[in-house]
Design a protein. Structure first.
Length: 210
């Protein structure tokens, strides 16, 4: 899309590629390698100390997911496919947004339009995925919804759009691997979750790549 230039014959281009690979490897290391707990107690020790060890609850599947599972796919496979699709869509979103911001530099309006059409697609997809009417109702999760809408969505993507206008899509996307490292730190700070060796090594690789 000609939004970024890179010359592999120059040291700047080589360092950009090396930094990107270091960030990706660091992110993958945090996912595939856990290792011993470096800071805090292990999950089993947390239970002995009276801490609450939250575990994910299985979610009911809709008819569309059930159709895919009929082909031999498991929920884990579908999750990986969706995550890969999310990465591709986010990269495309940032790359397309950069030239749009040059012609229409109103960051908040671009973000609002993006969310409007994103909400339309999300509601349309939900009609095909959900089966029960209770999936559309809020049950004791109003705070989570407001946090997701105001902080994780409006503030997050508003700043992301502004940074994309100022720095370009490649540099903005390069900082996305910091999210797992930040999640590990915030989980330790607010939830008391342990920080494992894989998170530390992966975080060092990500910071070195940046």
């Amino acid at each position: 899309m000609s939004t970024e230039t890179m010359n592999l014959l120059r040291i700047e281009g080589q360092m950009k590629v090396a930094g990107t690979l270091a960030c990706v490897f660091g992110d993958m290391l945090m996912v595939v390698f856990k290792g011993p707990a470096v800071v805090g107690y292990k999950d089993s020790e947390l239970a002995l100390h009276g801490e609450i060890n939250a575990k994910g609850q299985p979610e009911p599947i809709g008819w569309l997911v059930a159709k895919f599972m009929d082909f031999g796919l498991e929920q884990w496979h579908l999750g990986v496919i969706c995550l890969i699709g999310n990465c591709m869509c986010m990269a495309t979103y940032l790359a397309i947004q950069a030239p749009v911001l040059k012609k229409y530099p109103a960051s908040l309006s671009v973000t609002a339009y993006s969310y409007f059409f994103g909400a339309l697609f999300m509601v349309t997809a939900a009609l095909f995925i959900t089966d029960n009417s209770t999936d559309w109702s809020l049950t004791k999760s109003e705070f989570a919804v407001f946090y997701a809408g105001i902080v994780a969505s409006a503030l997050n993507y508003g700043l992301l759009t502004w940074c994309n206008k100022m720095l370009g899509p490649a540099l903005v996307a390069l900082y996305c691997p910091l999210q797992p490292a930040a999640s590990a730190f915030l989980s330790r700070t607010f939830l008391g979750s342990p920080i494992y060796l894989g998170s530390v090594l992966g975080g060092f690789l990500i910071i070195a790549g940046l």
